[in-house]
Design a binder for this molecule. Structure first.
Ligand code: ATP
Length: 126
């Protein structure tokens, strides 16, 4: 049991160090992190409902996971083929498309969640 817990602690440690490297060294990751903080700040400011918190957290997780997986594909692609290769182009473009798709869906979710709150504020101010 002690050995099992120690192994689990090591696995979490490895995953955590991967996350730290990702956010420290990848410019796109820093951008997504900044947007996530802004979205969470906005959610706090508007006191969104519990279900809206859940939806926003899922949207944030979706984009950051897609960016993480995209980065992994880029790193593997650069490792197996450092030269220009149309097959690598296809792999990288499709991996990048997953981020674009998730980001698009998340923007739609953000608009659907925050739109009524913005309308309410504009209505109160006018
Ligand atoms: N080895 C390659 N062969 C052919 N095309 C490539 C190759 N490497 C990159 N590309 C093309 O350049 C694009 C950008 O690749 P790159 O590896 O620079 O990713 P990126 O999206 O700029 O991410 P990052 O900024 O994290 O490096 C790819 O989507 C692909 O179209």
């Amino acid at each position: 049991m002690k050995k099992y817990l120690l192994q689990r602690r090591n696995s979490v440690g490895h995953a955590w160090s991967g996350l730290v490297v990702f956010f420290r060294s990848e410019a796109h990751a820093a951008f997504h992190f900044t947007v996530a903080v802004l979205v969470l700040g906005l959610a706090w400011f508007f006191s969104v409902s519990r279900i809206e918190w859940i939806v926003l957290l899922f949207a944030i997780a979706l984009v950051i996971t897609a960016e993480l997986v995209n980065t992994v594909f880029e790193k593997i692609a650069d490792f197996v083929q450092p030269d220009i290769d149309p097959r690598i182009k296809l792999i990288k473009d499709m991996a990048a498309a997953s981020v674009l798709w998730c980001a698009f869906v998340s923007v739609v979710i953000g608009v659907l969640v925050f739109w009524p709150y913005f309308v309410d504020i504009i209505y109160r101010l006018s």
